[in-house]
Design a protein around this ligand. Sequence first.
Ligand code: 9Z3
Length: 337
Amino acid sequence: MSGKSYHTSNPETEGAIDRNVPDFPIAGQSEEESYFRTHSAPSYLPEIQAQLESFIEYHLKNTGKRIALVTSGGTTVPLENNTVRFIDNFSAGTRGATSAEYFLENGYAVIFLHREFSLLPYSRHYSHTTNCFLDYMVEKDNKIEISPDFAPEMLQVLRKYNAAKSSNSLILVPFTTVNQYLFTLRMGSEALKKMGKNALFYLAAAVSDFFLPQSRMPQHKIQSQASGKLIVDLEQVPKFLSRLVDNWAPRSMIISFKLETDDSILIKKATAALDKYQHQLVIGNLLQTRKKEVVFVKPDSSQDWVRLTDKQVETNVEIESLIIPKVVQEHTLWINS
Ligand code: 9Z3
């Protein structure tokens, strides 16, 4: 796996209420640009940019692989600059981490833009289970061994992990807050411009729709004595997908996910997203059934359901093993179009 690791979960407290930063304006025409003018980029971004550029250059020169930028996990919305409290969402990053593995299996290099401490490709099989990691090991002749109950499966996972590492095919890029996510996605998409149509964006992260602008963020922990109530007044996160499609990555294939909890509006919302952003594919899913079925919605209004059979559910087939080959097919069509 390439890249030095960064911690995104510690807030950058220096940037606290800076009254020189203009107020975040109410939503308007160029809300994406004003977002970047009125918010600070994470301080570590230039280093990540250098790593990403060399990863992309490596594949352009040496392997000719297509690159998938996979986003994964939820974003936090801090309520204080020295962050004690934040708003979060449910996403554990299962879709993103699992999909990344299948992209790698299908010959892609993967930029894995993920929420720090959410699931990672390969280690996901062991990191967030209800087993303690020590349960995977046994003591034998004064040494530690992998328990024979788990060893055969772990060997398969280890081989795939080592193959991804030794071929420099996977780079891990973390974020925690919605601000870090937005700046990193913009930087990553600019870096991927040189891949042209060979780049694919697979936007599975559950990005917050609302946030607290930097210009209104208190420096210190909100005190409970002050009013006895906490009223939170959030702004809408600008719709970055249009920027991504039109400016940041105009030639790449872009796949967004649409998450709903009400099945009667899923298709309508997925179609509306395609109309609005003019990208190539929306994969719709419902919170309740997301591990068993998704729907591919395309600009020609076609709806193509991908469903696991009962047998597949029983035998733990992962739906991403069906989703990714279909996505790869769509990407090939896009490249040849
Ligand atoms: C998804 O819909 C993902 O499939 C899930 C995966 C977040 C449901 P888990 O991490 O869950 O495997 O537990 N992601 C996109 C969600 C989203 O925020 N989409 C935006 C929207 O619906 C558009 S980009 O408005």
